[in-house]
Design a protein around this ligand. Sequence first.
Ligand code: AMP
Ligand code: GLY
Length: 419
Amino acid sequence: MRILVIGSGAREHALAHALASDVQTTALFVAPGNPGTAAIAENHPVVADDPAAVAALAVELAVDLVVVGPEAPLVAGVADAVRAAGIACFGPSAAAARLEGSKAFAKEVMAAADVPTAMARVCSTTQEVAAALDAFGAPHVVKDDGLAAGKGVVVTDDREAALAHAGRCLAREGGAVVVEEYLDGPEVSLFCLTDGESVVPLEPAQDFKRLGDGDSGPNTGGMGAYSPLSWAPSNLVEDVVARVAQPTVDELARRGTPFSGLLYCGLALTSRGLRVVEFNARFGDPETQVVLARLRSSLAELLMDSATGALATAPAPRWRDAAAVTVVIAAAGYPGTVRSGDVITGVEDAEAADGVHVLHAGTARGDDGSLLTAGGRVLSVVGVGSSLKKARAAAYRGVDAIHLDGGQHRRDIAARFGA
Ligand code: AMP
Ligand code: GLY
């Protein structure tokens, strides 16, 4: 299979890493990719959220499958354009990707499909926001309606801060915000492959969204993750498929906008039961880095079966009896305005450690070949081991071998669960 992966983050490097070692893959391209993917695939420059450009590249490279990593290209209609060019695509249509692109749309679908989620109100004025904040009480949860790279959500006890965030979102053209009830309890990410009808769950993972240790500081795109979740209820996956993923997939099919690709169910296990925190229309970053590190089955086959409506007869994914932990190293300033151009050293030393591999995100090569920071989340260091404790130790051995000025990472990823 000739495969083109769209995107340039650590998630796409993780996808490429798994596909590169898959016997089903005969040629692998990444666009635009990063210095990490350049080492295992052929990078091609492309504007990832330009549907015509991506479709033209897929035709030119004569690929059998395009795998779209990030949400922005999906919301822009890249999957539609690739399919219109006669090429299989892993990723939903623009119409189905609204499940991620609009939180208000996601709430509407969940209500129609009877999927458990936080009570919410969609607001378009500050008066409506103020009334909703008072109705739900603190802690306040205020979400930008549109895409915001994981940074559009504010959870705070401070009513003024909640109002200020809502004000900034509303100030934008067509801005709307969703105010919701606060969900207590641990969060779980469950990725479900779907071809628009059948749903095949992968293994659950947990993401660490806040910048600082002990879940302090602002929300980020994700600062680390681990899998498996030893503490999760044994029927969790079955329950999420039956009560969340399948009803959502069925509802979108019923509306004539079937969702094929990856349905990312972001869940809170609250004292009152399972609730959906968010849906995403693509693999999560950094959870993908740990989930794929544990996958034994052919990723290429699973993605192709999802893209071509063949999941009903596909064999269930098989998993390594191993744990994986990833720790994200972010640039100075992240998640605010980041500084670029800092020199990164020690990646080779990190990869020389047992059970460690390093995935690139915001990196670039300088003129002299040195590795430089070029984005918010810079690297995702993955440790794999026979237990979570060993996987965690490996990940931090890797992190400790790497240096970049102003680099930020958490020291407590998977720490509480490392028995
Ligand atoms: P979202 O972009 O909707 O995934 O939200 C990002 C993060 O904000 C989530 O992973 C949660 O940690 C937090 N969050 C979002 N919604 C809620 C909620 N209703 N209650 C508590 N925390 C939330
Ligand atoms: N890790 C959260 C996300 O990918 O949205």
